[in-house]
Design a protein around this ligand. Structure first.
Ligand code: PEP
Ligand code: MG
Length: 754
């Protein structure tokens, strides 16, 4: 059954429209289960109706015209309870509603399974039998599993491709995908889908004009693969038996076979580019072979896929010269990484849409640092399909509009204009201090991880860098940079900001920031080998970095160092010992190097509870609220499924942070917050009220936060903090703060989707 399920899901992924999705589903269910009818009913919430959208076994002609109230009949019952219903005789059931013309008089057994996506019932899968019997457990389990696996695809296609969901669907402005707000701002541009060379299924269709050129590109790739296969055979000549040699010959034949070559060329001739043409050829054949029960033949499908993938990787690695990033590129992908971002010319990048990740994942942080609107967690969206389409990425509300109608575009263009007006207004604050109306001053610092020259030219603050994430410099390379290379990079950064101070964080890799050249496979990377744990296990990496940092600061004296992700004091002792040694050694040669201040990041609950002990031993504390929230709430910061639970205004998070600030105050050590919450206007005000001396955030948030701080008195901020700290629910905190912001004339800052 698992095999059947896998094949259905695979086939659904190849569908090009909603009708095709439903045809595949209904058809496959009917073939795979002992049933006489299989149907799909769609909910039409606008009209409070259910629509018989596809059937195999009921009256086909009537389907799509059959509509009835959403709570009526057995199907309506499944919708209203969101539960499976399995009854032997539908007609005898009191909830049964007779519908003429539908042709279900002959059926007795009824099994209805809701299709639920993000807590909403999108439709009902129904199977029926003439016999009077209850469906067996295996059938029920099969249908429930299928329903859960198809929910995302159904959610996607019903939104964009369903012409039958009801007249109100014509209101195109309602057609958007709800995802997660990643980085604020709105981008209107052209989608450009990126995919990895191992993700064959993500290849988008792309129209081409020069057909002959594309055919040549394809043929060359085929020949290169054949050449590689032959070379492999030669290399293994002494080891392999002659039968195994034959296997390589067979592969070469397969690569040049009519099956692969002619089918693909035919598709190219129809105007699709080689990668997508090859994708379709291979899909067609794997589906065909997959249907065959014979195992030997099924393995031939694997061979075709394997050879196809080789050709595909060749095509992928030799980027077609036809690939041009659109003028306003909205980069779309399963998981956009720093390197993919870096490939787009900076003038062309307008926005980001990523299927994976959420508001606090590193791509989102990078996007915020670069001021690029980003929508994350777009996992319910079929990405390849939107390639080259006009798209709006609303990074405030986490919405994606594909081919938006004029009315939506006008509305968003207005918003963009308002934004730029607000920005201009905020520019007036540029030279004013971040100070409450009763004179309480706060330092507003910037988070960075980019190369200095770019970042500094846009910097909105003169308070320096509160967090410099060095790992990005490591992530965009192919091997560890040497000490002198690092020294050069750090010097550039420190020099660009001098005389402002820069808090440089030592390398913080692992978790969602893997290094391509230090691969680690872990079941639970967030709780695994990351941050200081990696650095202490590889003291050579940490010591090289510290030495490079110290030397880079020579003559500038504006550097502080901090260690990430500590969970106990032993780690601090070890890190400090390595640091002291490195400092001693460097000072032997360069006695003029100033001794930096050393701090720790508080981002783990244990460190939060031991904050005072940490504070005693270091010069400053820096709260990494992104990770601290993740670990306090047990919510993976990168998982869109639980993103709604990730809330820095959760009273538990606020109370936890207050503990750390109090510990710092008690030990007379400055406390900074450098997680994303420092840049959230509401949270920032509460942090100031707690006694946080500096807030470090994305450059694009500085002006807003300054506006907030200047709009309140410290006294009022303290009063609000007292009120929120005794609340028990996130929504209560939000409501108190919304009210205060509205009263202070700051309603326009309340963009947060929560
Ligand atoms: C944090 O966890 O809050 C933090 C600033 O570090 P990062 O986001 O880089 O993990
Ligand atoms: Mg962190």
């Amino acid at each position: 059954m698992l095999d059947v399920l896998r094949r259905i899901v695979q086939e659904v992924n190849t569908a090009r429209d909603f009708n095709q999705v439903l045809t595949i589903v209904v058809d496959k269910i009917k073939k795979s289960l002992p049933v006489d009818a299989a149907s799909f009913y769609l909910t039409d919430r606008e009209n409070n109706q259910l629509v018989l959208r596809k059937t195999d076994g009921l009256n086909d002609d009537a389907a799509e015209n059959i509509r009835f109230p959403i709570d009526e009949g057995l199907v309506g019952y499944v919708v209203s309870t969101a539960e499976t219903l399995n009854i032997p005789s539908a007609k005898l059931d009191s909830r049964y509603k007779y519908l003429p013309n539908i042709g279900e008089d002959k059926y007795n057994a009824f099994l209805g399974v809701p299709v639920i996506y993000q807590r909403k019932v999108l439709g009902v899968l129904v199977v029926q039998r003439t016999e009077e019997t209850r469906f067996r457990e295996e059938s029920v389990a099969f249908l429930i599993t299928l329903s859960s696996q198809l929910a995302g695809a159904i959610a996607h296609w019903r939104l964009y491709n369903d012409t039958n969901a009801g007249p109100d669907q014509e209101h195109h402005s309602e057609k958007y995908f709800s995802c997660i707000a990643g980085a604020p701002g709105v981008a209107i541009g052209t989608a450009y889908v990126v995919y990895s060379s191992s993700d064959f299924d993500a290849v988008p269709d792309r129209k081409i004009t020069d057909i002959d050129f594309e055919i040549n590109v394809f043929k060359e790739a085929v020949e290169k693969v054949c050449e590689e296969l032959k070379q492999m055979r030669e290399r293994l000549a002494d080891i392999l038996l002659s039968e195994d040699h034959a296997l390589f010959d067979a592969y070469v034949l397969l690569a040049r076979s009519e099956t692969l070559v002619n089918g693909t060329i035919e598709r190219i001739r129809k105007g699709n580019w080689a990668q997508a043409a090859l994708r379709d050829t291979i899909r067609e054949h794997t589906i065909k072979f997959d249907k065959i029960q014979d195992e030997y033949m099924r393995e031939r499908a694997d061979d075709i896929r394997e050879i196809g993938l080789r050709i595909f990787r060749k095509l992928h690695s030799e980027k077609s010269p036809a690939i041009k990033y659109p003028k306003r590129t909205i980069l779309v992908g399963e998981e956009i990484g720093a390197t993919q971002l870096a490939e787009v010319p900076s003038k062309r990048i307008a926005g980001i849409i990523s299927a994976r990740g959420s508001n606090s994942s590193h791509v989102a942080i990078l996007a915020r640092a670069m001021g690029i609107p980003a929508v994350m967690g777009a996992s319910n969206v079929s990405l390849g399909w939107m390639d080259q389409c006009e798209v709006i990425a609303d990074g405030y509300q986490g919405r994606i509009y594909v081919q938006p109608p004029a009315i939506v575009k006008t509305e968003y263009s207005r918003l963009i204009k308002e934004e730029s007006l607000l920005k201009k207004e905020l520019r007036g604050l540029r030279n004013l201090p971040a100070e409450t109306s009763d004179g309480f001053k706060v330092a507003l610092m910037v988070n960075s991880g980019l190369l200095a020259d770019e970042a500094i030219s846009h910097s909105e603050t003169e308070d320096g860098v509160g967090l410099y994430r060095t790992e990005f410099l490591f992530m965009v390379r192919e091997s560890f940079p040497s000490e002198s290379e690092q020294q050069e990079m750090y010097h550039k950064i420190l020099k660009a900001y001098a005389p402002m101070s820069v808090n440089i964080r030592t390398i913080d890799v692992g978790g969602d920031k893997p290094l391509p050249y230090l691969p680690v496979a872990e079941d639970n990377p967030s709780l695994g080998w990351r941050g200081i744990r990696v650095a202490l296990d590889h003291p050579d990496i940490l010591v090289t970095q510290i030495k490079a940092l110290l030397k880079a600061s020579l003559g500038l004296n504006n550097m502080n160092i901090m260690f990430p992700m500590l969970s106990n004091l032993d780690e601090l002792d070890e890190a400090q010992a390595l640091y002291e040694n490195a400092l001693y050694e460097v000072k032997l040669k360069h006695p003029d190097i100033a001794t930096p201040k050393v701090g720790v990041m508080i981002e783990v609950p244990s460190a939060m509870l031991l904050a005072e002990s940490f504070a005693k031993r270091v010069d400053f504390l820096s709260i990494g609220s992104n990770d601290l929230t993740q670990y306090l709430l047990a919510v993976d910061r990168n998982n869109p499924r639980v993103a709604k639970l990730y809330d820095t205004l959760n009273p538990a998070v606020l109370r936890g942070i207050k503990l750390v600030v109090d510990a710092g105050v008690k030990q007379a050590k400055p406390v900074c917050v450098c997680g994303e919450m420092a840049g959230d206007p509401i949270a920032a005000l509460l942090l100031v009220a707690m006694g946080v001396g500096s807030l470090s955030m994305a450059n694009s948030n500085i002006a807003r936060v300054k506006w907030v701080i200047r709009s309140f008195s410290y006294k009022k901020a303290r009063y609000l903090l007292e009120q929120v700290l005794v609340q028990e629910h996130c929504h209560q905190v939000r409501s108190i703060m919304y009210h205060a912001f509205e009263e202070a004339g700051l309603a326009s800052l309340l963009h947060s989707g929560k």
